[in-house]
Structure formats: C-alpha cells, structure tokens
Design a protein around this ligand. Sequence first.
Ligand code: OSB
Ligand code: MG
Length: 371
Amino acid sequence: MRISQVELRDISLPLVTPFRTSLGSQDHRDALLVKVTTDDGVVGWGECAADSEPDYSPEYIDGARDVLRRHLIPAIAREGEVSAAAVGDVLSWVRGHQMAKSALEAAILDAELRTTGMSLAEAFGARRTELAVGVSVGIKDSIDDLVESVAGYLDDGYARIKLKIEPGWDYAPVEAVRGVFGDALALQVDANTAYGPGDVRYLSGLDRFGLVLIEQPFAPDDLATHAELASRMDTPICLDESITSARDAATAVRQGACTIVNIKPGRVGGYFEARRIHDLCLASGIPVWCGGMLETGIGRAANLALAALPGFTLPGDISASARHFATDITRPFELLDGVIALPTGPGIGVEPDAARLDEVTTAVELVETAA
Ligand code: OSB
Ligand code: MG
C-alpha cells in the first residue's frame, strides 16, 4: 500500500460537563485527526491522543502536528510501499512522540483493513462482540455533586466507577461513594501523579475501601515509590503515565511497581505496541484494561476493538460517546444493557460525518506524500 496524501485536521469538541483531574480542568476536547489516502483512493483515520497542553504527557497537539509534518509523514513517504505492521519500525528512529506515531499508524491500519474488508477487532483476533465498560469521574466541587453524578452513571449501566483523586480530594470522595453505593461497587481511583514519596503511609490507608486498584499515584519515572506502596498495600497498584512501551511494562512488573497495567495505544506508540503489552501481561498473569483520553468516535472505535482481546479482563475507560460529547463526529457509541457493541465494519468500522466534522474543524493541513 502507498500513501498519496495525509490530512492533519484540528478539531474542537465541547464536553457535556467539565472534566477535572489533578492536572487541571477542561471543558473542550481539542484533538488532532490524521486522515491518510492511499494510491487507490482508500481512506483511513487515526486520532492523536495528545491534548493542547503537555501536562498528562510531554506531547501536545502543536508538537504532534509538527513532528508528523516534518518527520513522521516524510519517513512514511520515503518508504514508498508500507504496511501498518511496519510503521513502528519505520518511525523508530524518531525518539518519543508516541501519540503522534500512534495516530499515523492507526490511520494506515484503518486504510489497510478497509482495502481487505476486515474489521480491526477481527484483525486483532478478538472474540468478544460487546464489552462492559467503566467511567472515569472527574473531581467535583462537592461530595453531593460527585454522588449525584456517580448515581447517574450507575443508572446508565457502567460496570465500574473510577474517581479522580488529588491531595484534599481522596478519602472523603472514596468514603462517600463506598458508603452510598455499597461494597459490591467496582470502584477504583486515579491520582494522575499527584502524590509524592512522603505520601506512602497516607495512601496505604485507602486499603480499607476495597478498591479495584490505585492508578498512578506518583511521578511517571518513580517506579521505586510505586513499588514501595505496592509492598505496603493489598490494593493493586496500576500504572498509566509510567508505561510508554512494552519494555516499560516489563520493567515495572519486574520491579514490583504494579500488578495491573492501563493500556492506552497513544501513550505507548500505537496499536501494535499496545498488543505486545497485552500479550506479555497475559503471559505473566497481569490484568490489563484500556484507558481513555476523551476520544472522539475515531479513537473510541479503535480502542473498543483492542479492548476485546482476552487479557483485557477489567472494564476500560471506554465510555459511551454521550459521557463526553452531546454530538460526536462519528455515529455515537451507546451503552445498552450494560455493554457497548463492537463496531463490525471494515477497519475501525466508523467514519466522521462530513458536516459535523466541518462544524468542529479549526484547521486543516494537507501533506502530499506521492513520489
Ligand atoms: O489518566 O486516565 C487518565 C483523561 C485524560 C487524560 C488522562 C486520563 C483521562 C481519563 C479519562 O481518565 C478517561 C476518558 O473518559 O476518556
Ligand atoms: Mg490515568
């Protein structure tokens, strides 16, 4: 397959409710979409997980667009004939920039599968056709607000609740949600690196709430403190920001820094690397689940296909589209009877609605790649 053109499209979608984490608050999802067109006129779409600011990861939208335009797309163009499985190797000389690489790989993979008529889930070898999913609940202004929104999500049919925590918003929200909804609720927390080595004792007290896991309490490069907390708690430690490759995952597990891994294809450089993490975790008995980055339908569809693999034994942050967007750019994914149905069409199985896409587009850049 040869790529003749790549479109880099910036969009801005309003969120139904502001999303606040220990990193900050947002009321829009600004995102970068990658559209590839092959020599045969087949189109493929990928979504870059980067946000406008480099707070969750070192990547940000303007930087991702720049490295795509200057380095990643030209590298694919120089290659000529390219397969999605080879994209990771072709781009490996570029250090970092996992989210930019992942978006380009995803677009090429989508186009490749559309030429063969195979769905992404089929290509991954997934057996499930529908998934129970969880929801990530932001930091609220009050405990009452939080309890009310959790009640709404449980009503919608979500299989587990993840609470964002930070110093000053940890024990109280967890205790309230446990108290109101009971011990059977699958409940977990995500600190997005908000704590430090001096908080190990403090956090270990969360054991009494029977959480499914604690996600990324400490800095991304501080595996040692995660390992120390793991040795002092019964609650499993899960890593998100720390894991940017399969090698990172293997190292973190070996060092006792986590017993569960959050897999986000963008953070680890693509769907093939995500799959390698899944495979190595499955082989070593480490449960994985698919994280979320407030994806539009493009990224959400691809994540659903990935999360149908057998090692994804915990519900992912792959909520229904309506959890974040009143009107998405693709057909919405809906939570019905507690599950989201996997897309079945070729590639990621969805495409943007042209009119809706135009409405939310803030910039378009074309990068020609023909010889
Ligand atoms: O840490 O998992 C995270 C969103 C943006 C950045 C980081 C994270 C998240 C979420 C949201 O938790 C999950 C979602 O609803 O997409
Ligand atoms: Mg997280």
